[in-house]
Design a protein around this ligand. Structure first.
Ligand code: ZN
Length: 236
């Protein structure tokens, strides 16, 4: 039964508020899933056009979208979609919720990654709330204007970016893919040129690995939804 379930869990959908969030939060775990044949899609809510004080927003969004596409390839993801919401989310509309339901019903993910619920960044928190609201609403017969059939992933995991999770329920040893994760992160040159996010990511992965007793490097997650049986697919 466990083996059969593992085989069926094949589609992964990851949401990020900005173009580099997914790689930072779950890039190592995604690379492991990609190696096992999972189909991974990234959906990025804003194109991060506020991410520079030098480059104008319209140029910045184009640069960052290209960087996100490159990074996703390094991870082994199949595709990237951009929602192009204005950078600096402070809330969401019903229309945005319908957009998200439409995406979830179209891509039918078995595993879904999103920002953890208590992130210190407002934009990240709003992205998390929007996706989780859409998950709830999209799992039933409501919101027919979104089209498609009701869908609900088996596993929903919250990843950490801007501040470390105080509590987590799942730790994944990413020793085998840490370098891939860092390589993907460096594709976001417009961001990493000024700030050494790679050092923060390496340090956190090491700390997570040591403190969760895996001994290597690790990513940790808030388990928002999952059965124990489903979680077994994260034993690599
Ligand atoms: Zn972000």
């Amino acid at each position: 039964m466990g083996r059969k379930m593992k085989k069926e869990l094949k589609r992964v959908l990851s949401f990020g508020a900005h173009p580099d969030d997914i790689e930072i939060g779950c890039g190592g775990t995604e690379a492991l899933l990609a190696q096992k044949g999972y189909e991974i899609t990234h959906v990025i809510l804003t194109s991060g056009e506020a991410g520079s004080d030098r480059i104008p927003p319209w140029e910045m969004s184009a640069i960052r979208e290209k960087e996100a596409i490159k990074a996703a390839k390094v991870i082994g993801a199949c595709g990237v979609e951009f929602m192009k919401y204005p950078d600096g989310l402070t809330g969401f509309t019903r229309e945005m919720k319908v957009d998200m339901i439409r995406i979830i019903r179209r891509l039918k993910p078995h595993i879904l990654f999103v920002h953890e619920r208590n992130e210190s960044s407002l934009g990240h928190r709003v992205a998390s709330e929007l996706v989780l609201e859409a998950l709830q609403a999209g799992s039933g017969p409501w919101f027919q204007e979104a089209g498609g059939e009701p869908w609900s992933p088996e596993i929903v995991l919250g990843y950490e970016v801007w501040h470390p999770l105080g509590r987590y329920e799942l730790s994944v040893d990413i020793s085998a893919t840490l370098e891939t994760k860092l390589k993907a992160l460096t594709c976001h040159r417009s961001q990493t040129a000024g700030v050494r996010y790679d050092e923060a990511v390496r340090g956190l992965a090491r700390w997570r690995g040591v403190m969760s007793l895996s001994g290597g490097d690790a990513e940790v997650f808030e388990v928002i939804k999952a059965s124990q049986n489903a979680i077994n697919c994260f034993k690599f």
